[in-house]
Design a protein around this ligand. Structure first.
Ligand code: BEZ
Length: 210
C-alpha cells in the first residue's frame, strides 16, 4: 500500500555505500530524506547525486540526514561515485542503498510498473525525528529534481513543527508566515506577542519566527 503523510516510515536494514544501515537507528533524532533514483551510470541521476552532495552543508544545518537508493549493487554505486566526482565536482558524501533485491523499493512503493517495471522512479520521502512521513514526491525518470525546493519545504516543515506556523505559496526564507488556523487568537497573543496582520480571520500573517 502507498505510504501516506503521517504514516510511520517503514523501518528496514540495508546494505549501503557506507555499510549496513538500520534505518530508524540511522535517523536517530534527526530529520531524514530518503530518495530513489532509477539507475547508476545514467545522465540525469549523475547530476542529481552531484547536486545533492554539493548541498550537504545545507542539509547538515537543518539536522537532515540524506540517503539515496537504487536497485543497483553496491559495487556499481562505488564505481559510479568516481564519475559523479569527476563530472559534477562533488564527491558522494551520503550513503546510497544497494537495493538489488528491491526490498526497500517495494516497502516504499518506489517501482511503478506502468512507468518502468524494473527501475525505481524518482521518489522522495522527508521523515521527521518522530519517524513519521512529512512529505512525499514522485518525479519521472526524465526530470531531475529541484533540491533547492526540497530545502525550502524542509524549512517550512521545521517552522511548522517548532512554531505552529504554515508558509504561503512561493514562500522564501525571511518572508512572512501564516498562523495555523488551529491556534486561536487568544493563544496567538501568547505565541506572537508582537501581534499579526489579519487579512481575514482565517488569514493571519506574522514575521517568520527565528
Ligand atoms: C537518467 O538518469 O538520465 C535516466 C535514468 C533512467 C531513465 C531515463 C533517464
Amino acid at each position: 500500500m502507498a505510504i501516506r503523510l503521517g504514516d510511520i516510515a517503514p523501518d528496514f536494514t540495508a546494505v549501503t555505500t557506507e555499510g549496513t544501515v538500520k534505518f530508524h537507528d540511522w535517523i536517530g533524532d534527526n530529520w531524514a530524506v530518503l530518495f530513489s533514483h532509477p539507475k547508476d551510470f545514467t545522465p540525469v541521476c549523475t547530476t542529481e547525486l552531484g547536486s545533492l552532495a554539493g548541498l550537504k552543508s545545507e542539509f547538515d544545518k537543518r539536522n537532515v540526514k540524506v540517503i539515496g537508493l537504487s536497485v543497483d549493487p553496491v559495487e556499481d554505486h562505488q564505481r559510479w561515485a568516481a564519475d559523479i566526482k569527476e563530472t559534477q565536482g562533488n564527491a558522494l558524501n551520503f550513503p546510497v542503498i544497494a537495493d538489488s533485491d528491491r526490498k526497500v523499493s517495494d516497502l516504499y512503493d518506489m517501482i511503478h510498473p506502468n512507468a518502468n517495471d524494473t527501475l525505481t522512479v524518482r521518489s522522495v520521502f522527508v521523515i521527521g525525528p518522530d519517524k513519521k512521513v512529512k512529505l512525499t514526491l514522485t518525479y519521472p525518470a526524465s526530470t531531475g529534481r529541484n533540491f533547492a525546493e526540497l530545502l525550502r519545504v524542509i524549512d517550512s516543515l521545521q517552522l511548522t513543527a517548532k512554531y505552529s506556523v504554515a508558509t504561503p505559496a512561493n514562500w522564501a526564507q525571511g518572508e512572512d508566515v501564516i498562523i495555523v488556523p488551529s491556534v486561536s487568537n487568544e493563544d496567538a497573543k501568547k505565541k506572537f506577542p508582537g501581534g499579526w496582520r489579519e487579512l481575514k480571520p482565517y488569514l493571519r500573517l506574522v514575521p517568520q519566527p527565528r
